[in-house]
Design a binder for this molecule. Structure first.
Ligand SMILES: Nc1nc2c(c(=O)[nH]1)N[C@H]1C(S)=C(S)[C@@H](COP(=O)(O)O)O[C@H]1N2
Ligand SMILES: [Mo]
Length: 336
């Protein structure tokens, strides 16, 4: 339950309106020479801004009530206190009404449109370089996994952030369950594909379905987490139900939503945003305040729902867990 109220972050964004919209639109137009890319609404502070100016939260509360979910009885999961936060949790109404889910629109107010996604029946396919390919029903999978709750920071490449109590299981548990061959180097994650329910998928200039990927070392790192729920209950559809990634040391676009397939491979996948704008979004996408996006600084972040701006931290504050993964990599664009 939550109290409907005006969302705090709207205020500073509204104050910032004229110049940031103007500048961002102009820099988007500057890409016109790059052909198709110019028609694509890439994630940017301008899109974030536009999303927050329109729309109301009428009906939001019903979308966040997931008590009809077949796994509802499992919640809340036991909290893993290893992952603590030094700032307050984002209000549920804020995190649940300000989302990136391009399948349902290239703006932030997709929570209503996302309700069209049928999340049962739902299966997860584990294929590619595995001992045996398999497809498992989502409820069977969830009930077989070591469930826990973790408080994580989330940093979008658009320079907004939030702090969320995710429920789910370590991605390592899924990798173990999939039994990849020793020769597999990457795991590719694929979002559902159904243009009948996801109107954004009719926009043929995007390379649907949404695909993301991690190295096996990243996927089995303690931090990589597969999310089934949030705020102590099954996740609402706008968060990417029934299964999405949370890789909190990377920009938010790595954390693909509403996953249907994990493919183990020895070839690095071309990921969704990398395919659209390879000079702005890369495979690694590790958070780094010192490496600006081509169109904006990454030094700071707007905290969703608070109106606050705070410094961004290296690896989003998770360097102790993941810095070692990249220590010996040279010649890779680790931070875009
Ligand atoms: N399938 C899919 N996954 C996605 C996206 C998307 O558009 N489609 N957006 C990404 C981006 S840019 C962010 S910041 C997060 C947002 O997650 P949230 O809406 O739960 O805050 O989802 C990521 N996963
Ligand atoms: Mo994002």
């Amino acid at each position: 339950m939550f109290v409907k109220r005006r969302r705090g972050w709207e205020i500073p964004e509204r104050e910032a309106t004229p110049e940031s919209i103007y500048l961002s639109r102009r820099s988007l137009m500057g890409l016109a020479g790059a052909g198709a890319i110019a028609t694509v609404a890439a994630p940017s502070p301008a899109n974030a801004l536009i999303g927050s100016l329109f729309g109301s939260s009428e009906g939001l509360e019903q979308t966040l009530d997931t008590s009809a979910d077949p796994t509802f009885d499992l919640y809340p999961f036991k909290r893993n206190d290893t992952y603590t936060l030094s700032r307050p949790l984002t209000a549920e109404a804020d995190a649940g009404s300000y989302n990136n889910f391009y399948e349902f629109g290239s703006h932030k107010e997709i929570w209503q449109a996302a309700q069209a996604l049928p999340t049962r029946p739902w299966t997860i396919t584990l294929d590619g370089m595995v001992e045996e390919e398999k497809t498992v029903d989502i409820d069977t999978l969830i009930r077989a996994m070591p469930l826990e709750e973790r408080l994580y920071r989330h940093r979008c490449v658009e320079a907004w952030s939030m702090t969320v109590p995710w429920s789910g299981f370590a991605m390592k548990a899924l990798v173990d369950y999939a039994r990849p061959l020793g020769s597999a180097k990457y795991v590719t994650m694929q979002t559902f594909m159904d243009p009948k329910v996801a109107s954004g998928q009719n926009q043929s200039w995007y390379p649907w379905p949404y695909v993301e990927g991690l190295t096996i070392e990243e996927a089995t790192n303690d931090l990589a987490f597969l999310v089934t729920g949030v705020y102590g209950k099954p996740a609402a559809k706008q968060y990417g139900a029934p299964l999405r990634l949370a890789a909190p040391w990377k920009y938010g676009f790595k954390s693909a939503k509403s996953l249907v397939k994990f493919t183990f491979t020895d070839k690095r996948p071309e990921t969704f945003w990398e395919g659209i704008a390879p000079n702005e979004y890369g495979f690694w996408a590790n958070v780094n305040p010192e490496v600006p996006h081509r169109r904006w600084s990454q030094a700071q972040e707007r905290v969703l729902g608070t109106g606050e701006t705070i410094p961004t931290r290296m690896f989003n504050g998770y360097g102790e867990y993941v810095a070692g993964l990249y220590a010996s990599m040279s010649g890779e664009k680790l931070y875009m």
